[in-house]
Design a protein around this ligand. Structure first.
Ligand SMILES: [Zn+2]
Ligand SMILES: [Zn+2]
Length: 142
């Protein structure tokens, strides 16, 4: 038995032998999957359900439901009137799943691409302008 594979389960605190990846013991993992299925089915059947409804009807803690949502495993259904439990970490808008709203994800993707594409492009342009400017000065001097 490898000692560095011995972990304390994040859920129940029991000691278990990890496969190197899991942070919770096999018992809790199974329970977690059952909880997840319960919540998923409940939301599917009750698209307008509030967080209180979900917690009361499924017996799963709010914390866990939020974690499922943040991990993108769960998505709030129910169209425009759906009650949104999560907030975009960037602009605070209500979102259905994940960590950011569609707009912010797009914006961030653009910025990320810009850092490699657009930015170096304008950098190149300003370099060209400097070159032209120094050429002007040389001309005047000469
Ligand atoms: Zn456990
Ligand atoms: Zn946002």
């Amino acid at each position: 038995m490898l000692l560095d594979r011995i972990r304390n389960c994040k859920e129940c605190g029991r000691i278990f032998q990890s496969n190197g990846l899991s942070k919770i013991c096999p018992t809790c993992q199974k329970a977690d999957e059952t909880d997840f299925k319960k919540v998923k089915e409940y939301i599917y059947d009750n698209p307008g359900a509030t967080m209180i409804d979900i917690v009361q009807e499924t017996g799963v803690s709010e914390e866990k439901v939020l974690r499922y949502l943040r991990e993108g495993r769960l998505e709030i259904s129910g169209g425009e009137n759906a009650i949104l439990f999560l907030q975009c970490e960037r602009c605070g808008k209500g979102i259905r799943t994940g960590r950011f709203c569609d707009e912010c994800s797009r914006e961030m993707e653009k910025n990320l691409r810009g850092a490699y594409g657009q930015k170096s492009d304008s950098y190149q342009r300003s370099r060209d302008r400097t070159k032209m400017y120094t050429a002007e000065i040389r001309k005047k001097r000469g």
